[in-house]
Design a protein. Structure first.
Length: 152
């Protein structure tokens, strides 16, 4: 890996992306690591037609990969997946945003510098699919954590 930043946006091979991530970490290239990480997660949403469902699939994968790396064991968001099956993506996102306290997933995404992938950010991006009180709650949560998103 040289000092320039590679364009990984078209890489579809999960193993190659994981190699990029490992090499970037070893070489202290957090920027390359994050790009490879985001692309690896994007692969999960590629074949989903509904944009909000596709984007939330990416978020779920991002959290699972991050928590798995952090703990050294495979982690899955089983309770969130069960809720998705029961209530659907819009209700699941809405429930996350209106909770009095931020979810551990939100806090983890903020910690990783990936708040733009949070449920709250998805709600703002797809405001037309949510009631105004849910949009306000999402905006408030992001604001409370000092996060400003373009177009929000």
């Amino acid at each position: 890996m040289n000092a320039s930043k590679p364009d990984l946006s078209n890489e579809l091979d999960r193993d190659k992306l994981r190699t990029w991530m490992a090499n970037a970490r070893r070489l202290g290239r957090e920027d390359v690591y994050r790009d490879a990480f985001r692309q690896l997660c994007r692969l999960d949403g590629m074949n989903i037609d509904d944009p909000i469902e596709a984007e939330f699939a990416v978020v779920m994968r991002a959290l699972e990969v991050a928590w798995s790396e952090e703990s050294g064991t495979t982690k899955r968001l089983n309770r969130t997946r069960q809720k998705l099956k029961r209530a659907g993506v819009v209700q699941t996102l809405a429930d996350l945003a209106v909770k009095k306290t931020p979810s551990t997933g939100f806090l983890k995404l903020v910690e990783f510098g990936m708040a733009d992938m949070s449920a709250e950010a998805l709600i703002l991006k797809h405001q037309d699919r949510f009631p105004s009180d849910v949009v306000a709650a999402a905006l408030r949560r992001l604001s409370e954590h000092g996060i400003e998103l373009a177009g929000a």
